[in-house]
Ligand binder design. Structure first.
Ligand code: ADE
Length: 237
């Protein structure tokens, strides 16, 4: 059976959304992966199908009920070996290495939070792994879930041609990407850097690495320090 993402959401009509087009959409249509969007509201038990309530202790907004969300998780019959993720700005920041692990497995259950949050007891009782896609606040977890799923799907076997699976340079995984150019040769008076049209592959590779390093040092001192540290530990000096 293919890699599968099961999404629990109050807005199942948001899916597949952007995951239904382009690379991910083609792979979805061809059966490389499967997407199941389930409505949390289907697990409500009362007459009004309520899923949220006011926060204990007072305060603004509404909190997603533990009993309703637990029932939705259990009804999804998510095998316990599948990662149970909760998209949340409180979560551990998503990394490419976690994406690689998720893509290598059978596929996660992804819960989309809404309102001011989710009752803490269901996070603990179902051992949900809280995941953030960055230090900003979205109005719900759906767009974050789509970002996570897209990042996984592009790594599945057969989704991307060799063009992009080409992390052929050793530095490509740890540095920001070097600048790219294509025709025309001159755009608004700006030529393509001469070295790229020289045909000297070694010089091109060295130029790209230097550009990637300069960009990373300027924009992402955190990545730069990690890269420097890793370079020192692999260089025999
Ligand atoms: N839900 C709201 N904001 C989020 C974020 N930054 N990451 C993951 N889920 C979220």
């Amino acid at each position: 059976s293919p890699w599968r993402a099961t999404v629990l959401t109050l807005f199942p009509e948001m899916f597949p959304g952007p995951l239904g087009v382009s690379l991910a959409g083609k792979a979805l249509a061809s059966g490389v992966w499967a997407l199941e969007a389930r409505d949390i509201r289907d697990s409500a038990t009362d007459r009004h199908r309520s899923v949220d309530d006011t926060p204990a202790g007072g305060g603004p907004g509404m909190v997603l009920r533990a009993d309703v969300l637990a029932a939705a998780i259990d009804a999804a019959a998510a095998a316990p070996d599948r990662p149970h993720l909760l998209m949340s700005p409180r979560g551990r920041p998503l990394t490419q290495s976690r994406v690689r692990e998720l893509a290598a497995g059978s596929g996660p259950l992804v819960i989309c939070g809404r309102f001011e949050g989710v009752d803490q007891r269901v996070i603990e009782a179902r051992q949900l792994e809280e995941v953030s896609i960055g230090d900003y606040v979205l109005s719900g977890g759906e767009i974050a879930a789509m970002a996570l799923i897209d990042a996984c799907v592009r790594l599945l076997p057969g989704v991307m041609g060799r063009a992009e699976s080409a992390s052929e340079e050793s530095f490509a995984e740890s540095l920001l990407e070097y600048p790219q150019y294509t025709r025309p040769q001159t755009f608004e008076g700006r030529p393509i850097p001469e070295i790229l049209t020289s045909g000297d592959h070694a010089k091109v590779a060295a130029w790209r690495k230097a550009e990637a390093e300069a960009l990373t040092r300027a924009r992402r001192p955190d990545l730069w320090r990690a890269f420097e540290k890793a370079s020192k530990s692999t260089t025999k000096e």
